[in-house]
Design a protein around this ligand. Structure first.
Ligand code: GLA
Length: 705
């Protein structure tokens, strides 16, 4: 008889058990593998009678009715005075519940029924030998014949993190052009909450936190929790006076989303991801990256992250074939791999007031369609790509004139406009069908192998008055978005998908599973961008971090940097070029071609290596290293950014200490005579030669054979 289940991860384990009364699952252990087994959690003797056992239990998932006082991940409204549910396991002694293991993957599903036999709750947990991420979600079935239930809150998971009663919570906050700013809070007893009500992941917060113990000597015990979801969401961390855990709960946003389950209907939650590390928040970062590289990326082949030229900064809406070809000609000299036309190519689009929705080439700009431009780009040795914003529509468009009822609107209220556009209701099947058909037509009209999918505004007045499921519009919208992404992947597998939401508004692990690369921010000023990339890399992978070199000085830190510094910023992920190439001097073009060639050589290390950030972008010297790439070369690359161009100081002192070298192996530093052991480099550091530029360098360490 099994009442406890162990799910192994790459370097630890996740252990849960059924409560003695079979009313729920509790987390017994999450961390390093314990060889001699783990005691199932049991209720301690309490002197304090003011606390109910369910409040202190480290429940995997709490429902109001099961838990009476503490926070619950699930609220149920049955339309009568009975709210919530009390569960009993469908298999009370747990004898038929087994962890399923196949191909290195482990999965557990435990089902419960409520006291009235109306609802079935299934808790799902999955792990994999390839990484340390635990994936969790719930399913709720309405098994009644006649009762409709609504769920004012239907989160994906509660994580009872064994860090002690308080913790340091680190998160990423921001706004347009300032995404992914690292923030932290020392959480004492109380609740901390972040989220999005925008119908998209949003620019304000990213759905991921790390939680580190504040207990003396245990600061390196850290956990990460994320929600793999691209719609409205909420994540909260709660530290209470009961128990010895900090609870992180997350799921669909409960301010704006109410799920309705008619008899026979099912709700499947998004996945929440959790990870554990014994090496602090840095270990959590690496655990996310390992998961993303090993599992979320469909491939790490450079085909899916080509070196892009995007003409947006050079032309904005003024898209003309001749002009685009002039840019393409220089892009060819740079040996860029794909030429992407951004906004402005489609019917009626000369500024942001018109055209969204009419996804056919503008008849004036492209009298013979896109093919002539695409063919000439391809003739220059590049691939061809396009920008699109399929969820948006301008009032001044044929689509809106034909289908004014396809947009989100609240009856009797004025339509809310942002950037002159409305949002299409992807909760309607006919709208999602239309979006899919639009992609089929666009992608078949020319040899297009790259799409930048944008979403430039939050949803307002989401919902469909009169529709019983109208209050779950955010869930439906995101399901529609995912459906289209899946269709494109299936029908056009050669098309690379870049996800953008007015910059980084759609960066999350849900989008990442179905796209290849993110546009993390519209900010391309080098020093501002570096700060954004630093935050981004704490939770998201380098391979998906699209980054262009442009001419833009930036919005905040406009301090002068070299041309090379700008390049090294853009090389930290998936390099692109977004500058007005017609304004570059021949020397700049030549230098850029050299740097792009260097990047192409180093790309496998940057995309598949272990990322470690050294210091902060605001420090005098900041560096990002990439170690142990998948190609087995043992190569390590360090990108160095120097903020202090005052060369009267002692340049010998600028050192980096790469941590990912094998201590006993000797390495040569490219371009120098230096041969150094991994241990020496990590301990004493290596002097940065600044061979590339006065304020930036690229160090390449190769094992000496
Ligand atoms: C958004 C994107 C930009 C660009 C413009 C085009 O702002 O983030 O990169 O594509 O839209 O309108």
């Amino acid at each position: 008889m099994s009442r406890q289940w162990t799910l192994p991860t790459a370097s630890g384990q996740y252990v849960v058990s059924l409560l003695p009364d079979s009313s729920g699952l509790v987390l017994d252990h999450w961390g390093a593998t314990i060889d001699d087994g783990v005691e199932p959690w049991s209720e301690p003797d309490r002197r304090d009678q003011y606390r109910l056992p369910a409040d202190a239990a480290p429940l995997e998932f709490a429902t109001a009715g099961q838990r009476h006082v503490g926070f619950s991940e699930l609220l149920i409204d049955r339309g009568d005075s009975l709210t919530g549910a009390a569960w009993h396991c469908s298999d009370p002694d747990g004898s038929s519940v087994e962890v399923i293991r196949a191909d290195g993957r482990t999965a557990l599903a435990v089902s419960f029924e409520d006291e009235r036999g109306e609802l079935r709750l299934t808790l799902r947990v999955a792990t994999d030998d390839l990484h340390d991420v635990v994936r969790r979600s719930i399913r709720l079935d309405n098994i009644s014949d006649a009762r409709t239930v609504t769920l004012p809150r239907a989160f994906s998971a509660g994580w009872a993190l064994p860090v002690g009663q308080t913790a340091t919570v680190r998160y990423l906050a921001g706004r347009w052009a300032e995404e992914f700013t690292p923030k932290s809070i020392d959480l004492d007893w109380g609740t901390f909450s972040i989220g999005s009500r925008a119908g998209v992941t949003g620019l304000a917060f990213s759905p991921v936190v790390s939680v580190a113990s504040r207990l003396q000597g245990r600061e390196n015990e850290a956990y990460g929790v994320a929600l793999a979801w691209s719609g409205s969401w909420r994540l909260q961390a709660e530290a209470t006076s009961s128990g010895d855990r900090v609870r992180v709960s997350c799921g669909l946003d409960d301010d704006t989303t109410t799920i309705t389950l008619l008899p026979g209907e099912t709700f499947d939650s998004p996945e929440s991801l959790g990870t554990w590390s014994a090496s602090g928040v840095e270990g959590v970062t690496q655990a996310w990256h390992t998961y993303q590289r090993s599992t979320l990326a469909r491939s790490l082949d450079p085909y899916f992250r080509p070196i892009v030229y995007n003409s947006w900064f050079a032309t904005e809406f003024d898209v003309r074939i001749e002009h685009q070809l002039q840019l393409a000609e220089i892009a060819r000299q740079l040996d860029v791999e794909i030429f992407v036309v951004d906004d402005g190519w489609f019917a009626g689009r000369n500024d942001d007031t018109a055209g969204l929705g009419d996804w056919r080439p503008d008849p004036v700009k492209f009298p013979d369609g896109l093919r002539p431009l695409a063919d000439q780009v391809i003739a220059r040795g590049m691939r061809f790509g396009l920008w699109i914003e399929p969820e948006a529509v301008n009032a001044d468009s044929d689509l809106f004139r034909e289908h004014p009822n396809w947009v989100y609107r609240a009856e009797g209220r004025p339509l809310v406009t942002v950037r002159n556009q409305y949002v299409l209701d992807l909760g309607r099947d006919e709208v999602v069908d239309w979006v899919e058909q639009t992609f089929r037509e666009v992608l078949s009209s020319a040899p297009i192998t790259y799409i930048k999918w944008d979403m430039n505004r939050p949803v307002s007045d989401g919902g469909r008055p009169g529709d019983p499921h109208g209050r779950q519009w955010s869930l439906q919208h995101t399901a529609g978005y995912y459906r289209v992404l899946r269709t494109i992947r299936e029908e056009f597998p050669h098309v690379v998908m870049e996800t953008c939401g007015a910059g980084g508004g759609r960066v999350d692990n849900g989008s990442l599973a179905l796209s290849d690369v993110f546009w993390p921010s519209d900010e391309t000023g080098p020093r501002d961008r570096l700060a954004i990339q630093h935050g981004y890399l704490s939770a998201y992978p380098a391979y998906a971090m699209s980054s262009w070199i442009t001419d833009d000085p930036g919005l905040r830190d406009r301090s002068a940097v070299s041309f090379e510094f700008r390049f090294v910023v853009a090389m930290a992920g998936a390099l692109g070029v977004g500058a007005d190439l017609l304004g570059w001097t021949p020397d700049q073009v030549k230098r850029a071609a050299e740097l792009i060639a260097l990047y192409r050589e180093l790309r496998p290390v940057i995309h598949t290596g272990t990322v470690r950030r050294h210091g902060l972008p605001s420090d005098d010297t900041y560096a990002v290293e990439y170690a142990s790439p998948a190609d087995g070369s043992g190569r390590l690359v360090v990108l160095v950014y120097d903020h202090n161009r005052d060369r009267t100081r002692d340049r010998e002192r600028v050192r980096v200490r790469p941590a990912g070298l094998v201590p006993t192996t000797r390495y040569s530093l490219r371009g120098t005579d230096l041969v150094v052991s991994g241990q020496s480099a990590a301990t004493l550091g290596v002097v940065v030669p600044f061979a590339l530029a006065v304020d930036a360098d690229i160090l390449v360490f190769d094992p000496v054979t």
